[in-house]
Design a protein around this ligand. Structure first.
Ligand SMILES: Cc1cc2nc3c(=O)[nH]c(=O)nc-3n(C[C@H](O)[C@H](O)[C@H](O)COP(=O)(O)OP(=O)(O)OC[C@H]3O[C@@H](n4cnc5c(N)ncnc54)[C@H](O)[C@@H]3O)c2cc1C
Length: 357
């Protein structure tokens, strides 16, 4: 996602090549997400990038996609007994920028999601501005446009070696080499591996596993909002006629083709059944992906301290889809027009005269 978003904006006026180890885009985190757009997510910096992306999602450039990129779903947070103060603080923190967030009472919650157990919560917070994102449509739109602008795609191109001669990079795969003046490191969980190949200092990034599964549902759940527990231990949402459930795990991992742990799947089912009168008879599908997080939970964007022609575009955590248009445009604007990268996301924030803080 990250690489395509930057390439999309760059390809309109520059020559770009996408180097991807897999045989197609979206094999890793970008193809494994819950695919939602939440404005009150994580922190104000992520929220700014999300809101800066909203117009692109709702009104993509003409010809970008055949279908809508987003569809309104609505979000519902369940507040349990003892969490009322935290819920008040949450509303104080977010209401100013997300004025449509509102408390709703038990009856309102149950009318929206009748399967929720009435005794499992005290009230809800409803977010009408939560949307489902069509990730395939977004990836296809970026790719189609890059091709139209003569950008090149190299799939099955695992980067194994990189060299810099002072002006140009030479990037080697097993069978091919590509040269170019700028490298954008959009390798998700592998971003620090790419930095090591390039001989630049690593950033402070931690890939963390998150699990998801789908269980059978019926037509009645199709219109449900996405439901989160306020304590962040569970979410579920309708997904192609089924329900997608996640225990919202965040387990540090090495960069890898992530797979779900049985314990996390069992935890998801257990928490879901604690909140819902909707017994899980069987699990249709389960998967895991890596959300790569910087310690301050905002992205890492901009040139390396060691080499100004090596650009970080990493650390998109659990918000890399909903912020992709803004981050792609920002990265291209920096490279093409000398646009500013906000201090909050600048790659140099973890360095102090070249030393990590
Ligand atoms: C369960 C789950 C739910 C999520 N839900 C949401 C959500 O609702 N909304 C949201 O906005 N975000 C969500 N996210 C987060 C989002 O998926 C990520 O932030 C985003 O996909 C990161 O995109 P990326 O392009 O940086 O990483 P990736 O999609 O992982 O892409 C990195 C690419 O780099 C390639 N690569 C790595 N090393 C090499 C190499 N040596 N040579 C060549 N290629 C290489 C990989 O093959 C990979 O394709 C979720 C994530 C998970 C796991």
């Amino acid at each position: 996602m990250a690489g395509l978003s930057a390439a999309y904006f760059l390809s309109k006026s520059s020559s770009v090549a996408i180097l991807e180890r897999e045989s197609h885009a979206g094999t890793h985190s970008s193809g494994r997400s819950a695919a939602v757009f939440i404005e009150s997510y994580e922190n104000y910096t992520v929220s700014d990038l999300t809101m800066d992306s909203k117009d692109f999602f709702l009104h993509p450039p003409k010809g970008f996609s055949d279908h809508d990129l987003m569809r309104r779903r609505g979000g519902l947070s369940l507040v349990e007994e003892g969490e009322e103060k935290l819920a008040d603080e949450f509303l104080d923190f977010w209401s100013y920028r997300c004025p449509s967030l509102k408390m709703i009472d038990k009856d309102d919650v149950l009318s929206r999601v009748p399967a929720i157990k009435p005794g499992a919560f005290v009230y809800g917070i409803f977010d009408p501005e939560l949307y489902d994102i069509d990730v395939n449509e977004l990836l296809s739109g970026f790719s189609r446009s890059i091709r139209q602008h003569e950008g090149e795609f190299f799939f099955d191109f695992g980067i194994e070696k990189m060299g810099f001669d002072g002006k140009q990079w030479l990037v080697n795969g097993r069978e091919q080499s590509i040269s170019g003046s700028i490298v954008i490191n959009a390798a998700g969980s592998w971003a620090n591996e790419i930095a090591a190949l390039a001989g630049v200092e690593p950033s402070r990034l931690a890939p963390c596993r998150r699990t998801a599964l789908t269980v059978q549902s019926d037509a009645s759940s199709k219109s449900w909002p996405m439901v989160h527990t306020f304590s962040k231990g569970l979410y579920f949402k309708p997904e192609a006629g089924d329900l997608l459930i996640s225990p919202q795990d965040e387990t540090e991992s090495v960069p890898m083709d992530a797979f779900p742990d049985e314990f996390d799947i069992a935890t998801a089912v257990d928490r879901f059944e604690r909140f819902c009168d909707h017994p899980v008879k069987s699990i249709k599908r389960s998967w895991a992906g890596l959300r790569t997080l910087a310690p301050d939970r905002v992205p890492v964007v901009g040139p390396s301290n060691n080499n100004q022609q090596f650009i970080w575009l990493a650390g998109q955590g659990g918000f890399g889809v909903q912020t992709a248009p803004a981050l792609g445009e920002l990265t291209a604007g920096f490279l093409l027009n000398g646009g500013q990268i906000p201090d909050a996301i600048h790659s140099n924030r973890f360095f102090n005269n070249g030393l990590k803080s």
